[in-house]
Design a protein around this ligand. Structure first.
Ligand code: ADP
Ligand code: MG
Length: 253
């Protein structure tokens, strides 16, 4: 998709869990080449929105379009193949395996079949291809020098980068990151921000769920703010920071 073209359209998306409306007719649109922030307090419906976009959860109502085509109702594997990749709020890895192995087997770790069965089924050529791609993506995000370490021995910052490398292996046009900066030290946050800026410069579009306002404001082109499942405001960081409702809810002023 050309830079500036509509890439992801979230249109009046709703998700009810019984009587609880976790996402209440939320709309926003992400243009190709942008880093788009999705912010809001705990329980606002951010992760649920991610799960609706990626097909992990079925919508109660609304539409999601990617490159102009409806993707709501498609299986998550199909949505991934169309070019949307994601990380989860909690790092998913096998700590006893190396960073490289975790990245190479990412697609399989996410399926129910499990890594070991997946490895047994891989033929040599496919295995070589997965590991070459994993190494290339680790190089891309600056983690290749640690690829032979056990994933469990890495600090949280490098573990989050490892997850991003894994998400990049499917060559997505859009990367969804669920709270990648949560729990990171300042230096780790800076390293993460640098990687995200680099990926944007390479043409990738990013939808970023984040709790940390300072981290988001310096990084994103546009932001949507959610609260109690609804969209509070959508706009540039400047517009959002100037909004009285947002100031009241998040900045305490
Ligand atoms: P956020 O990511 O913004 O912290 P979530 O999307 O995880 O918020 O959750 C939004 C609301 O939906 C919360 O009240 C949460 O308890 C509820 N919720 C999330 N997932 C489920 C589920 N699978 N079943 C029932 N309620 C859920
Ligand atoms: Mg969440």
């Amino acid at each position: 998709p050309a830079k500036g073209a509509l890439l992801l359209e979230v249109d009046a998306v709703r998700k009810a869990f019984g009587g609880l409306v976790a996402v209440n007719d939320v709309s926003f649109a992400l243009r190709a080449g942008d880093i788009f922030g999705l912010i809001g307090p705990n329980g606002a419906g951010k992760s649920t929105t991610f799960n609706l976009i990626t097909g992990v959860l079925a919508l109660t109502s609304g539409q999601v379009r990617f490159n102009g085509q409806r993707i709501d109702g498609l299986p998550s594997r199909t949505i991934a193949r169309r070019g949307i990749s994601r990380t989860f709020q909690h790092v998913k890895m096998i700590p006893e395996m190396t960073v490289l192995e975790n990245v190479a087997l990412g697609g399989y770790l996410r399926t129910e079949s499990g890594a070991v069965r997946a490895m047994l089924r891989l033929d040599r050529a496919e295995e070589r291809r997965l590991f070459a791609e994993a190494e290339a993506q680790l190089q891309r995000i600056g983690l290749a020098d640690r690829m032979h370490e056990l994933a469990g021995n890495l600090a949280l910052g490098p573990q989050r980068l490892m997850e991003i490398a894994r998400a990049l292996c499917t060559d997505p046009a859009l990367l969804l990151l669920d709270e990648p900066a949560a729990g990171l030290r300042l230096k780790e946050k800076e390293a993460l921000a640098a990687v995200l800026r680099q990926l944007k410069a390479e043409g990738l579009s990013i939808l970023l769920v984040e709790h940390d306002m300072d981290f988001v404001m310096g990084l994103v082109d546009r932001i949507v703010v959610m609260e109690f499942g609804t969209r509070l405001i959508e706009g540039t960081p400047e517009e959002v920071q100037a909004s009285p409702a947002v100031r009241a809810a998040y900045l305490g002023t």
